[in-house]
Structures are given as C-alpha cells and as structure tokens.
Design a protein around this ligand. Structure first.
Ligand SMILES: C[S@@+](CC[C@H](N)C(=O)[O-])C[C@H]1O[C@@H](n2cnc3c(N)ncnc32)[C@H](O)[C@@H]1O
Length: 293
C-alpha cells in the first residue's frame, strides 16, 4: 500500500482505539518512520512510495501494540529529550518535555561554577544527567537510581552519547554517597498512590516505582529535602521537579528544613514545575552522614 493511504488508515484505527485525533496522526507518522527507518519529511516527500512486505508487517505490529496501550516510545524504543536521542524500555520512565525545565534551571544555577559536582537522584533513562553533561562537559556528575534495570538503560545512553563525565551510583537515594555537591537535582516519583491518572495514558505501562510516592505523592520529595543538606557544599543547591499542584507543599518543606533563597519555577504551560533552595546555614557540619529514613 502507498505511504499516504497507509497513514490515513492507521490514523483512523488509532482514533477508533481512543487516541485523540491530532495525536493519532502524529503517532501513526512516528510509528511508520520507525518501520521504514526514515525521517518524517520523507513521508511528505514520497506519499506515493509503497511499503514492502516486511515494512508493512512491522508497521502493522506497531499499530496493534499501540492500540493495545503500549506507549509510542516503548514501541520505537526511543524518545528525544533536550534534542538528544535516548533509548527507552519499560524499565525506565519515558522522558517528558516538562523535565527540560529542570535542566534549564540546573544550567542557570551552575553558570558561574567551574567544574561543578552534581548528584542526580533517580536518573531513570539518564536523560537529565546526559542533557546536563552535554551542556557542561566540565561538570562531574553522579547519577543514582534504585532500579538496576533503569541504570542499565542509563549506562547505554551515556555510552551512546559518548559522555565521559557521568558515573552511575546504584542505591536507595543517598545510600552509598559520601561526597558533597554543588547541585543535587531530581525528578523523583511524585504522584499520589491513589491518583486515577496512574491508570491513564502511558502511565500504566511505565514502572510504578518511577511514578508513585506514598499517599500524598510527597514521600520521595520529603526524604530528599530532609537529607540533601548533608550532601551539599556550603552554597550548594537542591533542585527538584514536582506536580503542578505541589509547589506550595514543596516550598513549605524547603522552608521547614531551613533552606535559603527558596523559589519555584513554572513550565511552558505556566504550571509550577520545579522548586529549589540553597543549603541551610546550619548544615555546615561534618562529612556526609548516612541518609535518614
Ligand atoms: C520520575 S522517574 C525520573 C526518571 C528520569 N530522571 C526522568 O526524568 O525521566 C523517578 C526515578 O526515581 C527512581 N527511584 C524511585 N525510588 C527511588 C529510590 N528510593 N532511590 C533511588 N531512585 C529511586 C525510579 O527508579 C525512577 O527512575
């Protein structure tokens, strides 16, 4: 069948499967590009081109997986973030465009610091650390995650992007960390465990440990805010992503722990998305202590 007719038929099937009309067309194009190993512009340049049997078989399998609820990124095995290409599998969260705000803020906080030391907590696919490392080759980055299967994905991405300034650190948040950092940043799990959104869109296919964090959604953020001062240099920053309705709670947690220069930044949609604070004065204490639970 011709490319243009194949696309129209796939779009209609995805729409009938419940995918929004504008997304159905885009998703059909992305999946066809993956089956043909072509760029999207090629689809428009060659609408009359015909799929061979193997391409048609691959595309049909992809459409069927999508109609059954598999996220596009898990079908193609990749997702772009910060204009870099990341391999993704169901072992790691699919990088989100909103999270680029965290990278932007990190770059701003580090702009006057040569050779900054950075700790990323919960690196997943490694997208945040890789984006930062690509912009700041002088940074020394430690990327943590409790999930060994996610860290395997991150290691592959670090290798594929040829970044030599990121090290991997498996563990439960600060477990095994003995240094102090200029910046600790995280996109931790922050969805409330009973939130019905966990059953919608791509979320059911993504790792639960990457999404939910206790009844309020704030367990991981609370733990990180509480413990980070023990791992920050005197003028070090903590920076983390949170839900659009968690800005107030995030600032309250930072205030209670004594952080200075607390602020929240909005994402492109205008939602409060990342909060930050400078290490409390009172934490100018001895070397890194073990993480409090
Ligand atoms: C929201 S995902 C973020 C992944 C990636 N940084 C991103 O932005 O796409 C949260 C990550 O935190 C990790 N995580 C959850 N609990 C953890 C823990 N106790 N210690 C370390 N990492 C944890 C998950 O495995 C997951 O990779």
């Amino acid at each position: 069948m011709r490319v243009d007719k194949t696309l129209r038929a796939a779009r209609d099937r995805l729409r009938h499967a419940g995918i929004a009309p504008d997304e159905a067309r885009l998703e059909a194009e992305i999946l066809l590009c993956a089956s043909l190993r072509r760029e999207r512009a090629w689809l428009y340049a060659w609408p009359e081109a015909r799929l061979n049997t193997e391409q048609a078989r691959q595309f049909e399998a992809a459409i069927q997986r999508r109609m059954a609820g598999a996220p596009v990124a898990y079908i193609t095995g990749q997702r772009e973030f910060w204009s870099l290409n990341f391999a993704v599998t169901p072992a790691a969260l699919i990088p989100r465009a909103d999270t680029e705000q965290l990278v932007e803020q990190a770059l701003t906080l580090l702009q006057d610091r040569p050779r900054p030391k950075v700790l990323e907590l919960g690196t997943g696919s490694g997208c945040i650390s890789c984006a930062l490392a690509s912009e700041r080759p002088d940074a020394v980055i430690l990327a943590n995650d409790i999930s060994h299967s996610a860290l395997a994905i991150a290691e592959g991405n670090i290798r594929d992007l040829r970044l030599d300034n990121i090290e991997i650190s498996p563990g439960n948040w600060f477990e095994g960390i003995t240094q102090r950092f200029d910046l600790i940043l995280s996109n931790p799990p922050y969805i409330a465990s009973g939130d019905p959104h966990l059953q919608r869109g791509d979320l059911p296919a993504e790792p639960g440990i990457a999404l939910a964090s206790g009844e309020s959604g704030l367990d991981a953020i609370t733990h990180i805010v509480e413990n980070a001062p023990d791992y920050l240099r005197a003028d070090g920053w903590l920076l983390f992503e949170h839900g659009h309705d968690q800005g107030k709670a995030a600032r309250a947690l930072l205030r209670q722990r004594g952080y200075r220069r607390i602020a929240t930044r909005r994402d492109l949609a205008g939602n409060e998305r990342v909060s930050l604070g400078c290490r409390p004065e009172s934490s100018a204490t001895p070397p890194a202590a073990p993480a409090r639970r």
